[in-house]
Design a protein around this ligand. Structure first.
Ligand SMILES: [Zn+2]
Length: 397
């Protein structure tokens, strides 16, 4: 990553979000304690757009023109209002002469072949691989971001892989991946790149999965749903206050996303990272499960992930494993049928048990499937349908 220029530094400092990596040194201007108490909603970057479009620019699919050459991006709930020369909160959209451009089209900063289980997606094409891409940018400001080197920077500041949609699909086919995953950073910020790639992927018999914070407006989400086969969306908390303080977003639009995915029949799983001190109480988990059961039903798998110190919360301790064990039991007791624990190797929370007869159906060792007892989407023992997108052929194991 390039060092920030003086102007960029001032802009970043103005947002209260300046945390810069220069080699191995890392520092934060305002200190972590101050930031933890404030609302960390991102702000737009005034006069930070490049002078003209570049190779990876494309006119944005969702925006409104305003007076005096201003535009409003209508892709996500941030609804950035940008004057000519301004850059969006997510850093990947700019107003150039009265038009909104994405700077991330075909501009992948990361591309890997991952097990689908790594997303995590446990009930979706097990034992297959996903060609996984990201471009720089995020519409959130999570204090605990794992991927801040690519999520909290501009598309100009990362390594460019130069993978346009057709090339992404070619690479996925060449590497025998069943699925393309839009992941790592926040794929909503590279929406045009994602949806164009997804359409070509479908035409070539590949599936698409969206790994997201769910912070997107309903209209672009409905268009995306038509090319999605699966998703894993974070439910970071059930508290609007914590969304503001930990993530720099709001709760309601994320809940709306879950409801839209559910109504559109998109298969999805949910991930809840348990950050110590940010709503990690039994009462919060019960409320979260209550909302899920009321609005989405019991069948969408829920993953509790263990927090490890990262980014601006690098002084916090990891989530105690007993907390995760307790939350899993609580969620199962509340009525969620498939509840998993991430980042805890060897625990039964890695495995799938039939919600009806309780027998072990899928045993996972890391990302590898050791035992698989689902036949034609049903429990091998009691024939209960198991929610998910299951393969026609038996996975290894
Ligand atoms: Zn069964």
């Amino acid at each position: 990553m390039k060092p920030l220029s003086r102007r960029q530094f001032i802009l970043a400092a103005a947002t209260g979000l300046c945390s810069v990596s220069t080699g191995h040194a890392r520092w934060s201007i305002f200190g972590e304690d101050a930031s933890l108490k404030s609302d960390i909603q991102g702000t737009i970057f005034k006069n930070d757009a490049p002078a003209s479009p570049w190779k990876w620019s494309k006119i944005a699919y969702y925006y409104k023109r305003m007076e005096n050459g201003a535009v409003m991006c209508t892709l996500c709930p941030n609804r950035c209002r940008l004057s000519p020369g301004d850059r969006s909160v997510c850093r990947s959209r700019v107003n150039l002469k009265g038009k909104l451009f994405t700077l991330a089209y075909g501009n992948a900063c990361s591309a890997n072949i991952d097990p689908i289980e790594k997303k995590p997606l446990y009930h979706f094409m097990p034992s297959t691989t996903a060609f996984s891409i990201a471009a720089a940018g995020c519409n959130f400001r999570c204090l605990n971001c794992q991927n801040w080197e690519i999520s909290q920077v501009r598309p100009e500041d990362v390594h460019h892989l130069d993978l346009f949609p057709e090339q992404v699909v070619q690479e996925a086919v060449k590497n025998e991946c069943s699925t393309i995953a839009y992941t790592y950073s926040e794929p909503t910020t590279f929406y045009e790149y994602m949806i164009d790639t997804a359409r070509i992927a479908h035409a070539n018999g590949l599936k698409n999965v969206w790994i997201s914070n769910g912070y997107i407006n309903t209209e672009p989400l409905l268009a995306l749903c038509r090319v999605l086969d699966g998703a894993n969306v974070n439910i970071k908390t059930i508290s609007d206050d914590i969304y503001r303080r930990l993530n720099g977003g709001r709760l309601k639009p994320v809940l709306d996303t879950f409801v839209t995915l559910h109504r559109q029949g998109v298969y999805f799983e949910m991930t809840h990272l348990v950050v110590p001190g940010y709503g990690d109480s039994d009462e919060t988990v019960q409320r979260m499960c209550g909302w899920i059961l009321e609005h989405l039903g019991p069948d969408h798998p829920l993953h509790f992930l263990r927090f490890f110190p990262s980014y601006r919360l690098n002084r916090l301790a990891p989530t105690p494993v007993n907390t995760l064990f307790r939350f899993r039991e609580l969620a199962i007791t509340e009525g969620i049928r498939y509840v998993y624990l991430g980042n805890i190797p060897g625990h039964e929370g890695n495995h799938t048990f039939c919600h009806e007869c309780k027998k072990l159906l899928v045993e996972r060792q890391g990302y590898r499937i050791a035992v698989f007892r689902i036949v034609d989407g049903r429990c091998r023992y009691c024939q209960t349908p198991i929610p998910g997108i299951w393969p026609l052929v038996q996975p290894d194991g």
